[in-house]
Design a protein around this ligand. Sequence first.
Ligand code: MN
Length: 232
Amino acid sequence: MNDLFPPAPISAVPVADSNARFPVHRIYCVGRNYAEHAREMGADPDREPPFFFCKPADAAVPVSTGQTLKLPYPSQTENFHHEIELVVAIGKGGSDIAVEHALDHVCGYAVGLDMTRRDLQTTMRKAGLSWEVSKAFDRSAPIAPLHLVESCGHPANAGIWLQVNGKDRQRSDIDQLIWSVPETIAHLSRFFELQPGDLIFTGTPAGVGAVVRGDLIEGGIDGLGTLRVEIV
Ligand code: MN
C-alpha cells in the first residue's frame, strides 16, 4: 500500500542547548488553573475540578531562543488573546498515573503561549457549544525550546510573566497553579493514555488580554528561558 500523498511532517520542539528535538504527539491544555485567572473569567476557582481541551499537534510552532516568531493575526476574531503557560513534556506514557509517580513521566518543561480567539470562546461557551474554533486553530501554540529535567529539575516555583510592547500584562508564579503538575498528569491520565511526545499546557495566570498586528509579545518562566512573538 502506498500513501495517497506524502504524510505531513511531524511537529517537533527543539531541545535547548542540544541537537535533539521533541516530536509532538498530542497537545493537552488545562483550563482556568490559576485562581486569579479563573476569577477574571467569571468562574469560582475553589469549586471546579480541572478540565481539559486539546489542540492539534501541528498547532505547535517552535520559537528558537533569540528568534522573533512572526505570527499572523488569525481569521474570525477581533479579540485575539495571549495566555503565557508552563508546558510539561511527557517522556514516558501511561494511564491512571498516581500523583506520587507522575513526575517520573515528565522529561522536560518549556514556555508556551495558548493563543485564544476570546470572542469566539465566549460566544461558543454561552451557546453551550464546543470551544474548538477558539483554541485549536492553526499556529495557536507557539513554544520555546524544551529544557530537559536533567538540566532544569522539576520546577515547583518560578516567576511566569508576559509583556506586550515592553509593558507587563501577566506576572505570577507557577506555585499559584490550582492543580499542580503531578495532580494534572494524574487527572488527565484517567481520561487519555498519555504517550511520549505529549505536551500539557498547564493554564495561564491572570492578566490575559488582546494583541493586534504590530504588537510584540515577550514572555518567560524563570529557569526555562523566554519567547518572543510579533503579531503580523
Ligand atoms: Mn490556556
